[in-house]
Structures are given as structure tokens and as C-alpha cells.
Design a protein around this ligand. Structure first.
Ligand code: ADP
Ligand code: MG
Length: 700
């Protein structure tokens, strides 16, 4: 709808002009009336509370304090020049100090008057002071100034142009009172009504002048919901386009392979969660549209098996299927599992990685192209150009957050029409985050582990317990079990870490002497062949202890290993700890995870360790991780366009995200072209929003 008023350049606002307009755009990206109105306060001060000087305490919160303003003077010279003043209240005094804009500040100070000073209190020498306070005549304060006063973020340059917090407030008030102000609301009324949210103009007003904390919450929720909703609407169209709206092979029949596998080969019953997800996959692949689905599940929940059954469905309908993994080790392991299951069915599986070369590679590619190869497992090597399928019907991506949308797109391009797509996460990510990060995918969750697994016992120990730990390990080894001992390896401190690892290895070798004990070591500086060889020895049970860096995080599957010792555990992130722990507990035996830390831990580290000790539930751990680290950090990279919200917060707004997703899906379902009168304003707003963000052009 691109309202003319909202799009008016800020230079046209009274008292702004070209100079300030440029600074606003440069410093804060604010260009239009609409931008300035959406420059919401970063916090609110309860102006009804005015403190006396003797009540003050140093702290990060801004406070108001009342007193007589006296003793204004400039002191020091050069860069140390500053303006000081005293606030006096009977016997009590507070120093006020300014380092910048001295002349301008001094001119505005009502010396000798009762004032209300506003700012952050610091402990200074033997007293208190406030640097760069705002000063207001007590008499000029309207009686009704009680209530929440907005605080706006600004910059030094803008501050020097009188666009400090109060300057912003004045300009924003001018916009709010502008008779020509845009009062439209694009949110469909039915949507707004269900939550009893205020109209847009009311919400925006409340953000700047909340009448009560309740009114503020309603306004914030409505506006945060808007941000999420527009994103989710975009995702809903992407799903429509890549999924139901994208031509797909209809895999209608459950054929002989899947039936035979299910009835004769599968050695255990599927969990209910696995059954549900397989049903969801079958429905997608049988729909005539293309599948685009994310399967989330905890370590060991049996995602691979689900993927394999989907692959069989493709084969049963005359197509090939591929599985792409993020590392070579993981690809090898998948290939092995798939071979075990596929061989009795008479299906051919091959592994394609960077190390498959020469004639072997040539043969593989030929078999792939003529269709005699049914299932292909591999790394990134899969999406390279020379890899041509006879007819790829399903691509599975085992994700580990490492493949981007672009790589998925290259897989899709391997066939016309593009194959069905199944993405599996390696560890759970919080639901809210998944809905934003993988918003373009339908979501399935395997929230149940196969029965009979003994939950891993997790213990927290320090160096003081090392002797006891050693004898515990010896007991486990005597029972025929194996042990992992993992050291952190962080790139920035690689040298030190490497030394830790080697020191650790040496002391383990000393305390677990040959020939009774065999110790393996694997780390990133070894040649791939050597790594492979050592891993092989451990996997075959020829060594008892595997000392390693996190290279073993993904992939290794040694069911006989029952103890995971993580050294310097405080240095690992939660999801990594959980991944590592998932390396044990794969067999029938009781397994243990021992988190070794120093005795001094940061608060965050304590939370991480306590969380690990408390629960084995990857979804719960992912939630704590999100709380600790925030969404951007959690995913390693900031995904463009995702999570850049002004108000919405993926950590706290879970219910809003879910609601936005459902509301968006419903609207696209019922009125995909947004033609209903109720959706007219939304249509205009959304086409604005989606412009430059793909899809819309092709939908409308
Ligand atoms: P992940 O979800 O971590 O990829 P996997 O697919 O590797 O899990 O499965 C972990 C182990 O559990 C494998 O050995 C697999 O064969 C086994 N498994 C999978 N599903 C079941 C089930 N329904 N009952 C028993 N074991 C299962
Ligand atoms: Mg897996």
C-alpha cells in the first residue's frame, strides 16, 4: 500500500531538515516518517518515581533525582576539559559531569533552580556522580508526567544535533499528532480480533506513550506479531511454491521393497514417532506436489531409518534416491547402514566422496547415469556437476546446519521436475527457531527414542576426582567396554589445545600402560588415512581408549563404547556436549558421560553443566542453549533476512511465532491470491514486504 505519508522523507519533518535527515539515515537507517515512528523506545522509565540524593545507589538503571542545581563550571583543559555541576539536596550532594558539547549544555542549564536530573548513577571517588544527565526544570514538568516515559536510542552525532532521547520523543510526538498521519491497518480484522489486539495506529501510539504496562504489552505483541507474521507468510508461499505448488513425482504405490523391508528385514518395530513421520512423508510424496520436509529428532531417535524408508518408496516407484551428509566419516557410516538394509533387498548402494577417484569414480557415475545404481550416499561431492542421475526422485540431506539453501537448490536441480527433499537435523533445534530458520520446510518431529535404551548417566567431576575416575574407567574396560576421552579444539587457541590434548594423551598412556591397555588418538592434524585407521581400530574393539578432539563429534558409531569423558567441558557449547554424549549409550549397557571441569566456572558454564547432568532430552537442551546464546549465535551464522526483528524475539516469543505460522498457513490455504476484501490491505503490505525477497512476483 506504500502509504505516501509513511514514505515521506524525514527531511520534510519540521525541525529535521537535510542535515539531520542525513545523520538519521546514516546512523540509524531512519529515512521516512514510517521509519521514525517505528524507532520504538528501547526502554521506559517510570517517571512517577523521583528519588532523593540520599536514596541513590550506583547501578546500570537510569533514575530520576531531584535537587538544586549549582556550581556549574568548566574544569581541566584539552581532552580532559569537562563541565561539572552539583546537585544539592540539604546536606546531600551529587556531581554531574559532561565531557561533550560543553558549551551547548552549559547554555541550557537552569542554574540555581530546582531540577529533576535523569541518568545512570556511578560510584566516583568517594561520592556518586551522573555523566551526561538530562536536566529538566522541576517546575516545567507537567503534573501528569507520571507514567512510563520512553527512552530512545541515539548516537553521539545525533545527540549533538539535539536528537537525544528527548529530541526523538518530540519529533515522534509531532508525527503521532500529524493530522495527515497514516491510520490504515493491514492486519485482517479477524486476525486482530482473536487476540484482542489494538489497531495499528493505537499500538504504535502505545509503544511511544504506554498508558499502562498492559497496554504496552498488547501493543508490543501486536507489532512483534506483525514482523513474525510477514516472515511466516513469506515462508508459507515458499512452501506452497516448493512443495504443493511445485510439480513432483507422485509416489503412489508402496511397492515390494518397502513392504519386504518392513515385514521381513527390519529387526525391530518402529517407534510411534517414526511411524507418524513416515506417514507424513508418504502423504507428501503421494500428493502430486513435491515434498520439502524437515525431520527433527534427538541423537539416536532413528532418523536414518526413516530416511531409508522414504528412499525405498522412491525406488519402489522407479526412481533413485540420494543421501547427502556433511562429513566423509558420516557419509561412510550412512553408506554402511544403508548397505546392510538394502543388500537383502537386492538394491545397490554406492558411496561418493572426494576420495572416490579414477576408474572407481567413472564406473560409479556411469551406473548412476544408467540407473543401475539405486541409492547414492555422499558428501558435497554429490552436488557437483559431473554427477548425473538417471532419475533422482528423493534427496535426503543430513544437515548439521551446514548446508545452505543454495546447496539444497543444486540438489533440486539434479532432476526435472526436482526431487522430493527431506532434510534431517543432527541435533534438535528449538521449535521456534526451526520455524524461522527452516520456515520454508514442512516440519516433522521424532520426539521418542527407541525403547529399551538405558538413559546415559551424566556426572560432573573436577581434577580432584581424577584418581577415582581412572579406577572407574579401568573397571569398565575390565568389563569389556570402551572409553572416549575428548578434548576441546578451538581454532583461536589451537596450539594450546593441541598441547592439552597431547599432555592428556601422555598421561593416559602412562596410567593405562600397554600391553594391558591400548590407547588410540585421533585429531585434526592427522592425515585422513591415519585418522581412518585409528578409528577403525577403535571401532573393531582393538583399542580400549580413544583420546580425541571433537572430530569424533559426528559419525562414529561404536555401540561397545560406554563412557564418554569430556575434558574442559566448560569450554564446549551445550549442543556440542549433547552431540558428544550421544556417541555412547548406543549399546545395551549402562553408559556414562563424565564432564570434567576446573573448579571455577562462569555462571553460563554452570548452567550448561547442570543442564547436561539434569536431562538427556535434546529438545530441552536446545531450549536452554537458545536462552543462553540467542538465536544468531546458536546457528553459527546469521541467516540473511532471518531473525532480524525489531521487536520480536525468538527466545521469548515462541507462542507468537507458532501463532504467526498457523495464521499465515491458514490464509494462504484459504485465499492464496489474497483476493478477499478482508485481505486487500494485507495484500498491498505483503507485496511491498516480499518485493526483493523473491516468490511473490511468481505467485501473484
Ligand atoms: P539418529 O536419529 O541419531 O540419526 P540413527 O538413525 O543413527 O539415529 O539410529 C540410532 C540407532 O537406533 C541405530 O542403530 C538404529 O538402527 C537404531 N534404531 C532406529 N530405530 C529403531 C527402533 N524403532 N527400535 C530400535 N532401534 C532403532
Ligand atoms: Mg544420524
Amino acid at each position: 500500500m506504500s502509504s505516501r505519508w509513511l514514505d515521506t522523507p524525514l527531511a520534510y519533518l519540521k525541525g529535521i531538515g537535510p542535515l539531520r535527515a542525513e545523520a538519521l539515515a546514516g546512523d540509524l537507517g531512519l529515512r521516512t516518517f514510517g521509519d521514525l515512528l517505528a524507532h520504538y523506545p528501547y526502554r521506559y522509565i517510570d517517571r512517577s518515581v523521583v528519588l532523593r540524593i540520599r536514596e541513590l545507589q550506583p547501578g546500570p538503571a537510569e533514575v530520576q533525582v531531584r535537587g538544586l542545581l549549582t556550581g556549574v563550571q568548566t574544569v581541566g583543559s584539552g581532552p580532559k576539559r569537562r563541565l561539572t555541576a552539583r546537585l544539592v539536596d540539604g546536606p546531600d550532594e551529587l556531581e554531574l559531569v559532561w565531557f561533550k558539547g560543553l558549551r551547548w549544555v552549559e547554555k541550557g542549564l537552569p542554574v540555581g533552580e530546582e531540577v529533576i536530573v535523569f541518568g545512570r548513577v556511578n560510584a566516583f571517588k568517594n561520592g556518586l556522580n551522573i555523566a551526561h544527565p538530562e536536566v529538566e526544570r522541576a517546575s516545567s514538568r507537567p503534573a501528569a508526567a507520571a507514567g512510563l516515559t520512553p527512552m530512545y536510542s541515539s548516537t553521539e552525532r545525533l545527540g549533538s544535533m539535539q536528537l537525544h532521547s528527548r529530541g526523538f520523543a518530540a519529533k515522534i510526538d509531532a508525527l503521532l499528532e500529524d493530522p495527515a498521519r497514516d491510520r490504515s491497518d493491514w492486519m485482517p480484522e479477524s486476525l486482530r480480533e482473536t487476540q484482542k489486539w489494538p489497531r495499528r495506529e493505537v499500538a504504535v501510539h502505545s509503544m511511544h506513550h504506554p498508558e499502562s504496562p498492559q497496554a504496552l504489552a498488547a501493543a508490543r505483541n501486536r507489532l512483534a506479531f506483525e514482523e513474525l507474521f510477514l516472515d511466516q507468510l513469506l515462508f508459507a508461499y515458499q512452501r506452497l511454491q516448493q512443495g504443493r505448488g511445485r510439480a513432483g513425482h507422485r509416489f503412489a504405490s508402496v511397492g515390494t521393497h518397502l513392504t519386504k523391508f518392513y515385514e521381513e528385514i527390519l529387526p525391530f518395530p518402529l517407534t510411534e514417532a517414526q511411524k507418524r513421520v513416515v506417514r507424513e512423508i508418504r502423504r507428501d510424496m503421494g500428493s502430486g506436489g513435491a515434498m520439502n520436509r524437515l525431520v527433527q529428532g534427538d541423537v539416536g531417535s532413528g532418523k536414518t531409518l526413516v530416511a531409508f524408508m522414504a528412499m525405498l518408496l522412491a525406488v519402489d516407484n522407479g526412481f533413485q534416491a540420494a543421501l547427502m551428509a556433511p562429513t566423509e566419516i558420516l557419509a561412510q557410516q550412512h553408506a554402511r547402514s544403508l548397505e546392510n538394509w538394502a543388500e537383502p533387498l537386492g538394491l545397490r548402494v554406492a558411496l561418493l566422496t572426494g576420495s572416490v577417484k579414477g576408474s572407481a569414480r567413472k564406473q560409479l557415475l556411469a551406473d548412476l547415469a544408467d540407473g543401475s545404481l539405486h541409492l547414492l550416499v555422499g558428501t558435497h561431492a554429490l552436488i557437483e556437476d559431473p554427477v548425473v542421475f538417471h532419475n533422482l526422485g528423493l534427496a535426503v540431506v543430513d544437515e548439521q546446519h551446514r548446508f545452505g539453501v543454495a546447496q539444497r537448490a543444486r540438489l533440486l536441480a539434479k532432476n526435472r521436475p526436482g526431487p522430493h527433499m527431506l532434510v534431517m537435523t543432527a541435533t534438535p533445534i528449538p521449535r521456534t527457531l526451526a520455524m524461522s530458520l527452516y520456515g520454508d520446510l514442512e516440519q516433522s518431529v521424532i520426539d521418542e527414542l527407541p525403547p529399551g535404551r538405558k538413559p546415559i548417566q551424566t556426572l560432573h567431576r573436577t581434577d580432584a576426582n581424577r584418581l577415582a575416575l581412572w579406577s572407574f574407567l579401568k573397571k569398565e574396560i575390565a568389563l569389556g567396554r570402551q572409553v572416549y576421552m575428548v578434548y576441546p579444539l578451538i581454532e583461536e587457541s589451537e596450539k594450546l589445545d593441541y598441547k592439552d590434548l597431547m599432555d592428556g594423551y601422555e598421561s593416559v598412556c602412562r596410567d593405562f600402560p600397554q600391553p594391558e591397555y591400548q590407547v588410540s588418538i585421533v585429531h585434526g592434524r592427522m592425515r585422513p588415512e591415519d585418522k581412518e585407521w585409528e578409528m577403525g581400530r577403535f571401532a573393531r574393539g582393538e583399542t580400549h581408549i580413544m583420546v580425541a578432539t571433537t572430530v569424533i563429534e559426528v559419525g562414529v558409531n561404536v555401540p561397545n563404547a560406554s563412557v564418554m569423558v569430556i575434558e574442559n567441558a566448560e569450554r564446549f557449547g551445550l549442543s556440542q556436549l549433547h552431540q558428544l554424549r550421544g556417541r555412547v549409550g548406543r549399546g545395551a549397557e549402562q553408559s556414562y558421560c563424565v564432564l570434567m571441569t576446573s573448579s571455577k566456572l562462569s555462571d553460563d558454564a554452570v548452567t550448561r553443566i547442570e543442564t547436561m547432568v539434569r536431562t538427556n532430552d535434546g529438545f530441552e537442551i536446545a531450549d536452554v542453549d537458545l536462552q543462553l546464546r540467542g538465536p544468531g549465535d546458536l546457528m553459527g551464522t546469521r541467516q540473511s533476512g532471518v531473525m532480524e526483528y525489531k521487536l520480536a524475539n525468538l527466545v521469548h516469543d515462541g507462542p507468537l511465532v507458532e501463532w504467526a505460522r498457523r495464521a499465515a498457513a491458514r490464509i494462504v490455504d484459504e485465499d492464496s491470491q489474497l483476493e478477499q476484501p478482508e485481505h486487500a490491505a494485507l495484500r498491498a503490505r505483503f507485496s511491498d514486504y516480499a518485493r526483493g525477497r523473491m516468490v511473490w512476483g511468481r505467485i501473484a
